[in-house]
Design a protein around this ligand. Sequence first.
Ligand code: ITT
Length: 199
Amino acid sequence: MLPILYLATQNKHKVEELSALLQDHFTVRDLSTFSLTEEIPETGSTLAENSLQKARYIAEKFQVSCLADDSGLEVDALGGAPGVYSARYAGEPKDDQANLQLLLQNLLGISDRNARFVTVLTYYSEGSHHSFEGEIKGTIVEAPRGTQGFGYDPVFQPENEERTFAEMSLEEKNKIAHRARALEKFKNFLDEIQKCADV
Ligand code: ITT
């Protein structure tokens, strides 16, 4: 029987992407099991701090093993913005469309469109925690393309690709994306632990 892992996120798209990649290792559960009425706090100033804060919050509140994800889009010409503020770039409440439009507006007339997506995953279990980072480089296109994915996907074109993430299926995005790369490191970590347990 596979161990249970809770995903410490309130973003249903992350749940979808992570679940697809974790199903061989865990019985994955989202937070709908609990009656969580508040937003999980994220007051850190880095992705790593927020990722740990979210994981610790859910692990301690519900006494479970969990995996949290904090992600951001870093645009070179904007000095790394929106970065850790990606979810609320256009202010409160969180609004993917408004964030994306503000990003395009701030890049109007700018030829350097280089950017990267970063994810920091934190696994929190029985009082200890481990974090894993994944990134993918790419460019911000001039106008949104595609209807799949979420967030900034319609304006992010990964390097060596002609389509934006929003023009790819979930499976295609999951082969190359920041979240999948961080998750690959998490799985390698699990395999190492398993090897030690087998000796
Ligand atoms: P949780 O904190 O509950 O996990 P969130 O949506 O607030 O959910 P973040 O704090 O990590 O997540 O915010 C990241 C922002 O970047 C958010 O606006 C997302 O829409 C966007 N984002 C994250 N991963 C993305 C991806 O793979 N593709 C496109 N946009 C993404």
